[in-house]
Design a protein around this ligand. Structure first.
Ligand code: GLU
Length: 443
């Protein structure tokens, strides 16, 4: 059976790094197995779902290069949920309940006050037909709960957490449908996973108890449950669930100069036993992806790590990958010269000004000016002007190392540090090089 995974965001906001990580892992799981990765838009909540967020989700996945092999939307599939609901109701697995939110709250408080877990007491299940009719005559429309089967423990072999066992009696029968007929997440998700042939559900560990419930739904609907894996949540460097991470998304990261490849390389391995490395080649990341390497401890997202990975990725990017973000006139050779000096692509312009000018004027002492005058006289132009110039100057002046190079760099670029001069000087060109040396001598 070929592997099918899905990423199932609710379009009620933009994706944050935690969601992106789940999307990436599902994509990698499918790619590694030569299977399919689906995007499922969980938009049954019509009030909170917004089209702009659907677009945002698509854009974010595209930016990261996580192309789905198919897209489905829950709002277009309501009849399937209706069918499943009818089947479950006929089988006695769904029942109407009439408690108001306040009543439920009170029940929870009473249970907690007695030191009991706040599990729904199934009072609605005990209602007689007459009692139900009376509620409805009062104008109370029911919401609907899925009746958990209490007979056996719910067990599964979790891809990350290992063997799991839940006592269903310790869980509340989940509300699956509101009084207004709208759907909660739980049943539509199971219906879709069955319909779409999802073989592997990989999601955050906040869904572990949902899995217990959904396994019973799969069975009640006559389907074998998929494999489940729940990854530990992403936390900030300090080890806490941070507000910032909960809102940090692709736009902010892109604006901060983070490359999608860097985010992918980092999120691919964060929280696993594998080292986070600046691996731009996705094939390598996919090949080494393995749920068995995932740890149970929260994965720590550290901005400094991301910056480190980003800089190393930027140093690997080809001209074609960045051309549209470089200053006008900057060519392949220019990018190649400057690439090692930037941590973010948008810093290229700053260094490119050393080529195009104007550069910051520097003042030199008399001795250095004499040396630079000698340099101006010795400058010849070839494919390798820097090597030629420094070889001649070394021979003529006896200078070496810093003494030989630093005044030239300062005069030619206005800076103490910067890209490799052997690469930079041909880009600066003969005319500008002469003018800059002459200006330095005149000072
Ligand atoms: N829409 C759900 C969520 O965003 C999907 C969870 C799942 O993967 O089943 O939490």
């Amino acid at each position: 059976m070929s592997v099918v995974t899905r990423f199932a965001p609710s379009p009620t906001g933009r994706l944050h790094v935690g969601n992106l990580r789940t999307a990436l892992h599902n994509w990698m799981l499918a790619r590694k197995a030569g299977g399919r990765f689906l995007l499922r838009i969980d938009d049954t909540d019509a009030e909170r779902s917004e089209e702009r967020f659907v677009d945002g989700i698509r854009q974010d996945l595209a930016w990261l290069g996580l192309t789905p092999d198919g897209e489905e939307r829950q709002s277009a599939r309501l009849t399937f949920y209706e069918d499943a609901f009818a089947r479950l109701r006929d089988a006695g697995r769904v029942y109407p309940a009439y408690e108001s939110a306040q009543e439920l709250d009170l029940k929870r408080k009473i249970a907690l006050g007695r030191g009991l877990p706040p599990i729904y007491d199934r009072a609605a299940l005990a209602l007689s037909d007459e009692q139900r009719a009376a509620k409805e005559a009062e104008g109370i429309a029911p919401h609907w709960r899925f009746r958990l089967d209490h007979d056996e423990p719910i067990m599964w072999a979790d891809g990350v957490r290992g063997g799991q066992s839940f006592d269903p009696a310790q869980l509340s029968d989940p509300v699956i449908r509101r009084a207004d007929g709208s759907w909660l997440y739980m049943l539509p998700s199971a219906v879709d996973d069955i319909a779409m042939g999802v073989t592997d559900v990989l999601r955050g560990e906040d869904h572990v108890s949902n899995t217990a419930v959904q396994i019973q739904m799969f069975t009640a609907l006559g389907a074998a449950p998929p494999r489940f894996a729940h990854e530990a949540l992403l936390v900030g460097r300090e080890g806490k669930l941070s507000k910032r991470l909960g809102s940090l998304g692709c736009d902010a990261l892109r604006d901060a100069g983070i490359e999608p490849q860097a985010l992918v390389a980092m999120l691919a391995r964060l929280g696993t036993a594998l080292p986070v490395e600046p691996i731009a080649d996705r094939a390598t990341l996919i090949e080494t992806f393995d749920l068995a390497t995932f740890g149970r401890a929260p994965a720590r997202f550290d901005d400094a790590d991301l910056e480190r990975v980003n800089a190393a990725i930027v140093h690997q990017l080809d001209f074609a990958q960045v051309a549209d973000r470089l200053p006008d006139g900057m060519d392949d050779a220019g990018w190649h010269a400057i690439r090692p000096n930037v941590a973010h692509v948008n810093e290229a312009g700053e260094w490119w000004r050393l080529v195009t000018g104007p550069i910051e004027p520097r003042s030199f002492d008399a001795e250095t000016r004499a040396y630079l005058a000698e340099a101006a006289a010795a400058l010849t132009w070839s494919e390798t002007p820097w090597q030629d110039l420094t070889a001649v100057l070394k021979a003529r002046t006896g200078r070496k190392g810093r003494e030989l190079f630093q005044p030239l760099r300062q005069a030619l670029t206005g800076r103490d540090h910067g890209p490799d001069m052997a690469e930079l000087l041909p880009l600066i060109g003969e005319g500008r090089a002469r003018a800059r040396l002459d200006a330095a001598v005149r000072d």
